[in-house]
Design a protein around this ligand. Sequence first.
Ligand SMILES: [Zn+2]
Length: 288
Amino acid sequence: MKHDEAVRADIVEVGRRLYDRCFVASNDGNISVRLGDDRILTTPTGVSKGFMTPDMMVTTDLTGRKVIGDREPSSELLMHLAVYEHRPEIRSVVHAHPPTATGFAVAGIPLDRAVLAEVVTTLGSIPIADYGTPSTSELADAVRAHIKAHDGLLLANHGAVTVADELFAAYYKMETVEHFARISLVARQLGRERLLSREEVDRLQTLRDRYGIAAPAPLCSPESGDQLDVACQTLEAPSLPGQRLVDPEAVATGRITPGSGQLGDRDEVRLTYRQLTALIADAVTHLR
Ligand SMILES: [Zn+2]
């Protein structure tokens, strides 16, 4: 296990990275590391995570009571303590407000579609914990409901939290959550997402098992009906390979046509005379 001083320096480094990547603004976000069995080292309240020094960190016990430090511990410490209470193997918690992932959290859209193989094999699904007033036990309770089965959560109308068995792994998971959110946003702006099939998701679960990829819970299998079990990760994946998910709202507003972009070179498109005239008129308008 790393010495206390080395952990303080690592927290400073992770704080700088969160700030440099715009995952936090002003004094947002907080980081903690479990030291031994009964101590937590956490960032202090009221400082920018981009400009911390090792001496600013605060050591608390597992109830959040300050043991060492000139400053007060993070206001979100209760949420971190809830994670440590329910996941004994977790040694670090990172909380930030990365803009795209937080946008999904504000929109109430979980990142739970089987889209990227690497995300399926590592984080699995990223659900949304219910809204809780920051710094209160409400937020800690909301996190508690999901943390047993997930290493990454969105916090409704707030941000994201990631956990791991060491600090940098927890930070990298935050990078993955935001990167995945950005890719999902672009795909949805383009009008559709091609999801991985259920069969492929099952194959990825086998890879997880074979390579011993640490995941807090297996992916739920609809066949066994265990998707209602909170101890597995629910992922949206179609049973037919290659099935695409089209945003129904985009279709309703005419932004896209179902099936568009799915034609091969030799496929035929039939238009009525009126549609053809409208297309030509539109093209002429754009030429001007
Ligand atoms: Zn926050």
